[in-house]
Design a protein. Sequence first.
Length: 253
Amino acid sequence: MPTRLVVSLSGIAGRTVRRCAELAADLDRRAVPLSLLLTPRPAHGDRTDPGSPALRWVRLRQSVGDALVLHGFAHPDRSDGGWVPGARLWRRGEFAALPTHEAGLRLLAARAALERLELSTDCFAPPRWLASPGTRAALRRHGFAVCAEATAVHDLRSGAVHRARVHGVGRGDVAEPWWCWALVLGVARAARRGGLVRLGVDAADLARPGPRQAVLDAVDIALHHGAEPTTYAEFVSPARPLPEAPSGAGRRR
């Protein structure tokens, strides 16, 4: 199997969209598409207006080949700044421990919110990359095709599981140089082994030159080792066709 590279971007919002666009431009020059992780939280103003700069940018990126990935429903992210209601969800992950029924309700609400924003997707990445077995069952039930978790990407149609962990920049100003070094080294090792290389970028980290350069260095070293850029949408198996009705079925006798 050829080495594949997936770069995902979370934390897309009005205050971060310029940094997101700058990263996308750098990746365009490398022919590397993005998987855009979007949380359609109703409480966040710049993600409830279909005409907001952040959502206009998301649609533009979709039109040039980036993939949209649903990233939870009411999960706070670092673009909000400071403490927000639901901060406990940020620590443990919105879908990390949900049973099937409750996960299904949140997925229905998230899809409805996306539709109001004139967006749609059948790819899902849970906040903090943590999804319970009940969440995966609910995703299949509601027609999702891909679930990207911390250590694997699940093709929910075929049942295939692509094992690979997400590489990203950790938290902490003091440890930032170490995190940047570890990110580039980890991606280099994964790319040399072959298979799947996953790089997760938070838009909040792009404000600092160290993490931003580390992301680009990690992408460059993966490409140097022959990784083929792709998105989470490329892990979708074709939908199974419905069985044809037998000849004569439905005729009145």
